[in-house]
Design a protein around this ligand. Structure first.
Ligand code: UGA
Length: 443
């Protein structure tokens, strides 16, 4: 009933769902998290987060101790329990296509809908092609049992890995895509503590809510590729992209965030989201409107190839047998996620050209090893550096940014470093006798 706070379920306990479930319980709601993976469910119930996310383990412990949060694989329980169901399953890129794979979203909605016998709200949080929420509305209404009243809403999520807890508890904005005042009211109740903080809220239709997410990630990807395109111009002209980015970013209309030139973007979101958005636009007959996203993607891929070419060049033109210390595997610092990770992709390409690659990442080595077992994985920074002829910074972890270049120099065979993230202090490295190279900067 509308008088009591809604009981929430969260279907899918990946980076997004686990964080959402923990945050909602932390805010005072009764929450049931659901996943098909028994191992994940067991770990979460024991207070172990199955992936690296700073701050989340502590919040999980608090939420479990409060008695307001538990996890299950049982959808019957979820259907019985929840007034508002949040669907947080993945929408990966399809094999052999740029389109998003909606299998998990479709099955979460239909499996839930089959089991519900009263009036509830089904809220999608996954990133989906525009039109999905409307399609799901028809689908769940067709299959729901007599007596059930299902409404679908869309509430896109904007959290960043590495800042997931902070972004969930204190988002820049909330977006509710709804088709009735009742659905809006239910969502307002589910986000009451966050709205009370004065968080801006946009209440809109389903298609706009879906589009906000695709448009936001496309904008962020475009901003990164823009500065990386300028990096290509710098490389051809002797200009310095780091100073360029600083000068551009001081214009408040442009802003310095997401204007960091380097190896480019990766991860489970930006690359596949721009492709899926472009694919959907083509299906809708408006491919031209977002054709530029193809360029954004191409610029991003070229950064990886340019990085390999630069490393080959500093190694003397041939990578065969060259020992390379690859610092970083995760797609960005403070994450153990290696999905479409530029760092790992570069390490793999170096290996395929015959280099002997030793990879070190503070958190992502296990995941990286699973994807590319052929590479060598070092247990520490020092170990990765031993005997290196070229050292390459690929993910800008704090550990690498604060490492002492003189001490690093003692491990390597040749003091040559390629800084693909413009994250190291070039002067300190040069002072310690390193030959310092970066993307988009004069040597
Ligand atoms: C991204 C968005 O930032 C989130 O708002 C969104 O919710 C999320 O995708 C999602 O769709 O779920 P995330 O993938 O966690 O978040 O990572 P970002 O911090 O956006 O970084 C993406 C990539 O861009 C990383 O590989 C990073 O190294 C790179 N990047 C970022 C740059 O190369 N330059 C920059 O200036 C910023």
């Amino acid at each position: 009933s509308p008088e009591r706070a809604p009981r929430l379920t969260v279907i899918g306990t990946g980076y997004l769902g686990a964080t959402h479930a923990v945050a909602m319980a932390y805010l005072g709601f009764e929450v049931l998290g659901v996943d098909i993976d028994q191992r994940k469910v067991d770990l979460l119930n024991e207070g172990t987060v199955p992936f690296f996310e700073p701050g989340l383990p502590e919040k999980l412990d608090e939420a479990l101790a409060s008695g307001r949060l538990r996890f299950t694989t049982d959808l019957d329980q979820a259907a019985e329990f929840g007034d508002v169901h949040f669907v947080c399953v993945g929408t990966p890129q399809q094999m052999g296509s740029e389109a998003a794979d909606l299998r998990f979203v479709d099955s979460a909605f239909t499996e839930l809908a089959r089991r519900i016998t009263r009036k509830v709200l089904l809220v999608g949080k996954s990133t989906v092609p525009i039109g999905t929420a409307e399609r799901l509305t028809t689908l769940v209404q067709e299959i729901s049992p007599l007596g059930a009243e299902l409404e679908v809403a869309w509430n896109p999520e904007f959290l960043r890995e590495g800042f997931a807890v902070q972004d969930t508890l204190h988002p820049d904005r909330l977006v509710f895509g709804v088709t009735s005042p009742w659905a809006e009211d239910r969502l307002r109740a589910a986000f009451e503590p966050i709205l009370t903080e004065g968080t801006p809220l946009i209440v809109t239709d389903l298609a706009t809510a879906e589009l906000v997410k695709s448009a936001a990630n496309s904008f962020l990807a475009t901003k990164i590729s823009y500065i990386n395109a300028m990096s290509e111009v710098c490389e051809a002209t002797g200009a310095d992209v780091v100073q360029l980015a600083e000068a551009l970013g001081l214009d408040e209309r442009i802003g310095s965030k997401f204007l960091k030139p380097g190896l480019g973007f990766g991860g489970g979101c930006l690359p596949k989201d721009i492709r899926s958005f472009k694919h959907r636009a083509e299906e809708l007959g408006i491919g031209e409107a977002v054709a530029f996203l193809g360029e954004v993607d191409a610029i991003n891929v070229r950064r990886r190839l340019r990085t390999v070419a630069l490393i080959r060049q500093v190694a003397g033109g041939d990578l065969m047998g060259v020992r390379v210390a690859a610092l970083g595997a995760a797609f960005k610092p403070d994450s153990d996620d290696v999905r479409d990770a530029p760092a790992l992709d570069v390490a793999r390409m170096l290996y395929l050209e015959g280099a002997i690659v030793s990879v070190y990442d503070p958190e992502a080595s296990v995941n990286a090893h699973r994807v590319y077992p052929d590479l060598e994985y070092a247990a520490s920074l020092d170990q990765a550096l031993v005997g290196a002829e070229v050292t390459v910074l690929l993910t800008e972890w704090q550990e690498f940014r604060t490492a002492d270049p003189a001490q690093m120099g003692e491990q390597v065979r040749t003091r040559t470093v390629v800084d693909t993230r413009n994250a190291l202090d070039a002067d300190r490295f040069r002072a310690a006798g390193w030959d310092y190279w970066a993307l988009g900067r004069p040597h």
